[in-house]
Design a protein around this ligand. Structure first.
Ligand SMILES: NC(=O)C[C@H](N)C(=O)O
Length: 330
């Protein structure tokens, strides 16, 4: 059997975190440990794959930027175009892992596995979760079943798809969940099992980002609350936002005053999408007045992912119906 070749791209995060004491699970420096050290801590990886490591960034993922995410997307496509590269594992902080995973899932031009992993406890902790997560991520990346599943997130023996996965807990190692449909599978004592296939598609090759796109359109997220009067809608419009995601109540419901301000923004050509501050479920068409104002709905995307999809859509079109079709599809 040929040993598969996996590239590990490191970006930092708690998986590469270093704390003063081995009992500390907060107050550590994320991204302090390099990829070669992380790989050396898990010699079993070299038994299942031929692995090369590359450091893309060394940051706490709360500071992840779209510049780094676009660099990652381009590097993944570059590497996976080689026949000799069978898959990619990306080490990443958990805070924004879902955003990077989703952006990559839209931009990756491959059916080879791209697997993100991270950790909730720093590498120096007594019970660090990073080493097993990294090993499991490589196990998934070499698995034939992982092909054509989009971008995956592997942590705590669980496999999740980029479209649905979200960080649900502030500190627990069991933080990643897929509230709409559940996880895709598990890694049980080293055995990779997919119980469901991801049904989501990445963008067609024709929609790939051209090399000269370095900055994505300005899309802001506004978070709804009882009594919201829409002040921040006006602030975002005045600041030049090209798109707005409103994290509404329940099925993306908009408080009256907010609706009026969002409708005014949409009338000016700013693309407005309702998402939800709720944890699970699709945001669907709801009130006729939303449709009349061309306020769109995010389907199963949470606000942070809806923002990414709208940014990519805005590179192609500003037409609300065309953009709604993106949300219906991706
Ligand atoms: N557990 C973690 O990885 C959290 C860290 N702040 C990060 O996202 O980089």
């Amino acid at each position: 059997m040929n040993v598969k070749k996996i590239y590990v791209l490191a970006t930092g995060g708690t998986i590469a975190g270093s704390a003063e004491s081995d009992t500390a699970t907060t107050g550590y420096q994320a991204g302090a440990i390099g990829i070669e050290t992380l790989l050396a801590a898990v010699p079993e990886i070299r038994k299942i794959a031929e692995v090369s490591g590359e450091q893309i960034a060394a940051i706490d993922s709360k500071d992840m930027t779209q510049a780094v995410q676009l660099k990652l997307a381009r590097r993944c496509n570059e590497l996976l175009a080689f026949e000799g590269v069978d898959g990619i594992v990306i080490t990443h902080g958990t805070d924004t892992m879902e955003e990077t995973a989703y952006l990559l899932s839209l931009l990756a031009c491959t059916d080879k596995p791209i697997v993100l992993t991270g950790a909730m406890r720093p590498a120096t902790a007594i019970s660090a979760d990073g080493p097993l997560n990294l090993l499991d991520a490589v196990r998934v990346a070499v698995s034939d079943e992982a092909r054509d599943q989009g971008v995956l997130v592997v942590t705590n023996n669980q496999i999740d798809g980029a479209h649905d996965v979200t960080k649900s807990h502030t500190t627990s190692v069991q933080t990643f969940q897929s509230p709409n449909g559940g996880s895709l599978g598990s890694v049980d004592d080293g055995v990779v099992r997919f119980t469901r296939r991801s049904s989501y598609t990445h963008l067609a090759a024709s929609l790939q980002l051209s090399e000269n796109v370095q900055v994505l359109p300005d899309v802001r997220i506004l978070y709804g609350y009882a009594g919201d009067d829409g002040l921040l809608v006006e602030a975002a419009v005045a600041a030049g936002a090209e798109g707005l995601i409103y994290a509404g109540m329940g099925n993306g419901s908009l408080p009256e005053k907010v609706e009026a301000k969002l409708a005014a923004a949409a009338a000016k050509g700013i693309v407005v999408v309702r998402s939800t501050r709720g944890y699970a479920g699709n945001v669907t068409t709801a009130e006729a007045s939303y449709d009349a104002a061309h306020i769109l709905y995010s389907q199963g995307l949470n606000p942070q992912k809806a923002r990414i999809l709208l940014q990519l859509a805005l590179l192609q079109t500003k037409e609300p119906a065309a953009i709604q079709a993106w949300f219906d599809k991706y």
